[in-house]
Design a protein around this ligand. Structure first.
Ligand code: FAD
Length: 518
């Protein structure tokens, strides 16, 4: 009995000591989110927010098909804030993930950081600084958090403009340079990533470097199209040219896909032809306009809709020629000559004459319209592809005239336009097909919260069709659920992508939402 009492007293003392030790020891493990612990120990917590509204908005993006919660959001006010954050993670034994978030216009959680920290780059925007135009050097130095529309507004004040654009301008410089940045100017000027002269980048080790094609060139090319994997861009120097004043904006309708692509390919092979070229597919039975563009005269809607009805799939070639005072007398003649050389369905040519700004900012009207109806923040199960020229006719048969017609669910814009591979640069991280000419194809759907999965299913069907046919199709704004998908995506360039990851972000801290390195 005495020994039992003695043993239970010892037991009690040991338990009490353990409780005291536990209470006095700083919490270092699972009880609360890991980055928060590291950051609070380093007096960094004051710069972060865990407010549910911030965390909730960092968990979602334009796609509205994923919800990936970070532990906290950093609203940096300086480059040092970001450098310090990355260093804290890099130096810690248990690093935490973090992702730069530009404008959150990804569609699949690419700017998320599960249980880590999302860096809200837009909080860096300071209206008094951050965009510096050099008239003599013909470039603009811009903080990566600025939107392209803001860059355009600023450069136009001095009569200058970047030359390569996206269709929609409310995207950050850092966000599009991490992907590519493509539009109807790409065939001529290359994507936005080939129009950058220099960048400041904070690597995954928390080191800041200025890079260009001649200085730290491997980092420079790694980051361009690098899906945020190698560093956070804080500044980019973008090439400029003298801005044109106006745009002649023409559309031509086709029923024959081979005539349509032949005309597109001929136009992009010319060095002095149009300034912008895109194309789209119409399969709907509704009005020919869509959220992205209000273009056709209402008096022609019925005529166009009945053409779509009759042929089930029709195509639209869209070209633009910029002009100003010096070329205003020749531009009409030039466009007339161009129209005569094209094999569109006669009687189905449309023309608009708008300011340069109105043309570049054309998608904004659609956005505001959708926002006013509460239809902007809805699921967007988008699919963007690069299709080699040799496969585009097979793609038309199998996808536009096959899967899309059969499923009969696709609504919204479907883009299809070619670009020249020689305007890209193989040292950049962006993955593109091997052929000299390849097509950008974009299914830009808006869906409901209750039916977006049907579109996702259709996307899978399209991807499977391309894979089964061994067509060499590569996703743009890619999403792959497994690393095998990424290995296939980069093909022979996968090894260099991995090598660069180990070099610039060895602890795999950056942009985990791309799902490349688990
Ligand atoms: P986010 O979505 O915030 O981030 C995208 C990725 O880049 C993430 O991985 C993020 O971590 C990383 N990132 C962000 N900022 C930085 C930085 N400073 N440094 C390093 N990494 C960073 N794309 C085209 O090419 N052409 C188009 O015409 C086009 N039109 C679009 C129209 C709409 C309506 C939308 C929603 C998207 C469109 N896109 C287009 C796609 C768009 O270019 C990409 O989704 C782009 O990433 C969005 O930019 P963002 O600033 O919102 O980036």
């Amino acid at each position: 009995m005495a020994s039992y009492n003695f043993l239970s007293q010892v037991h009690l003392i040991v338990i009490t000591i353990l409780i005291i030790i536990t209470l006095l020891t700083p919490i270092t493990t699972n009880t609360s989110p890991q980055p928060w612990n590291i950051l609070s120990r380093n007096n960094f917590a004051g710069k972060l927010t865990t407010a549910s509204s911030s965390v909730e908005s960092a968990a979602t993006d334009f796609g509205h098909v994923t919800k990936i919660f970070p532990s906290a959001v950093l609203n940096p006010s300086s480059v040092e804030d970001i450098t310090d954050l990355i260093k804290l993670s890099y130096d810690s034994q248990s690093s935490f993930p973090l992702a730069a978030r530009g404008h959150g216009h990804s569609h699949r959680g690419q700017a998320s950081a599960k249980d880590g920290v999302v860096v809200n780059m837009r909080s860096m925007v300071n209206r008094d600084r951050g965009i510096k135009v050099s008239r003599t050097g013909l470039y603009v130095d811009v903080d990566a958090a600025w939107l392209w529309i803001e860059v355009l507004n600023k450069t136009l004040e001095l009569g200058l403009t970047p030359v390569s654009w996206t269709d929609y301008l409310y995207l950050t410089v850092g966000g599009t340079l991490s992907n590519g940045g493509i539009s109807g100017q790409t065939f001529r000027y290359g994507p936005q990533i080939t129009n950058v002269l220099e960048m400041d980048v904070i690597t995954g080790k928390g080191e800041i470097a200025t890079c260009s094609k001649d200085m730290n060139s491997d980092l420079f090319f790694a980051v361009l199209g690098g899906l945020g994997q190698f560093g956070i861009i804080t500044r980019a120097r973008i090439k400029l040219e003298v801005a044109p004043k106006r745009a002649k904006w023409l559309r031509f309708l086709y029923i024959d896909f081979s005539e349509f692509t032949r005309d597109q390919e001929r136009l992009i092979s010319k060095t002095d032809g149009v300034d912008f070229l895109e194309g789209s597919v119409m399969v709907d039975h509704g009005p020919p306009d869509n959220w992205r563009s209000t273009y056709y005269p209402p008096s022609d809607h019925l005529r166009i809709a009945s053409m779509v009805n009759r042929h089930r799939v029709i195509y639209c070639l869209e070209v633009v020629k910029y002009y100003d005072e010096t070329s205003q007398y020749t531009v009409n003649e030039e466009m007339e000559e161009l129209s005569e050389s094209l094999n569109y369905v006669r009687g189905f040519m449309y023309e608009k004459d708008v300011t340069y700004m109105d043309f570049l900012n054309r998608v904004r009207t659609g956005e505001l319209n959708l926002k006013s109806k509460g239809q902007w923040d809805v699921p967007h199960p988008w699919l963007n592809l690069f299709v080699p020229k040799s496969q585009i006719s097979k793609f038309d048969d199998g996808v536009f005239k096959g899967i899309i017609l059969r499923n009969n669910i696709t609504t919204g814009p479907v883009l299809v336009y070619p670009m020249n591979r020689n305007k890209w640069n193989d040292r950049m991280s962006a993955a593109i097909p091997e052929e000299d000419v390849f097509y950008a194809v974009g299914f830009l759907r808006s869906a409901g919260f209750d039916n977006w999965e049907a579109y996702e299913q259709e996307n899978m069907e399209i991807l499977k069709f391309c894979e089964d046919g061994n067509m060499g199709v590569i996703q743009y704004l890619p999403y792959h659920s497994s690393q095998e998908g990424w290995v296939r995506h980069f093909g022979s360039r996968w090894d260099i992508f991995v090598e660069r990851k180990y070099k610039y972000d060895p602890k795999m801290i950056l942009s985990p939402g791309q799902n490349i390195f688990q």
